[in-house]
Design a protein around this ligand. Structure first.
Ligand code: SAM
Length: 215
């Protein structure tokens, strides 16, 4: 399987029904736990006039939250057209469409004209992409100050659940797969790209890490 197949099939996994359901859930209950934990750490900084690039943005919860906190502009990129369409409609409903820019596609294959942002986030995205190093290298390049990531913990239980999910996708002839990239390799790669980790938190399933550009 190549990453194009995986990203193209993201639209089958994260389709219209899923996107609308997640938006309803977000409007009712707010961001999910690991997203909230990442947001709380980002909010320790003065976000006034900052910009955000959210890669694998889903319905755009991180963008909506940070726009409320003083971020002036968000760019949301997702491989799922349904997520992007739901997120665009919600931005219009909130009256922030002029400050929210949306792109559909595999971030690593999009033209390299996305501007550097103060904050770059990948919330539960690295696990949806086969080539961790490529995704981390290209996304850290776009991070001016902060780089926030949520990725699965390397535990047998997490691997088992992902394996079952992947097996179901094979049976359904869907190319989309999930991956438990070793957290230490993710961390090494981010550090090699000029960042230092300022916070690491864990839930049963996820690691939530925030990095600052060194120097
Ligand atoms: C599990 S969802 C998480 C969505 C959102 N960040 C959240 O936490 O609710 C993963 C998302 O990443 C997107 N994705 C994965 N790899 C991507 C890539 N290379 N470029 C753009 N989007 C990607 C998928 O389309 C999917 O919407």
């Amino acid at each position: 399987m190549n990453c194009c197949g995986s990203c193209q099939d993201a639209g089958r996994i994260f389709g219209d029904g899923t996107a609308k359901r997640e938006l309803r859930r977000y409007l009712k209950k707010g961001p999910n736990k690991s997203t909230r934990m990442l947001l709380d750490e980002i909010r320790r900084h003065d976000l006034n006039e900052w910009s955000l690039l959210d890669i694998g943005s889903g319905i755009g919860a991180i963008g909506f939250e940070l726009l409320d906190d003083g971020v002036t502009r968000t760019v949301s990129v997702d491989a799922s057209p349904a997520y992007v369409s739901v997120s665009r409609a919600e931005a219009a409903r909130r009256g922030v469409a002029d400050r929210s820019h949306h792109l559909v596609g595999d971030f690593t294959s999009l033209p390299d004209d996305i501007p550097v942002a103060d904050v770059v986030t990948l919330d539960r995205v690295i696990c949806c992409y086969p080539h961790m190093k490529k995704l981390v290298d290209q996304s850290t390049e776009k991070a001016g100050r902060l780089y926030g990531v949520v990725y699965p913990r390397d535990r047998w239980s997490v691997r088992a659940v992902m394996r079952i999910g992947n097996l179901v996708n094979i049976l359904r002839r869907i190319d989309f797969r999930t991956y438990v990239h070793p957290p230490v390799e993710i961390d090494n790669r981010i550090r090699a790209n000029g960042f230092m980790r300022v916070k690491l938190q864990r839930t049963i399933v996820w690691e939530i890490a925030l990095y600052e550009r060194a120097g």
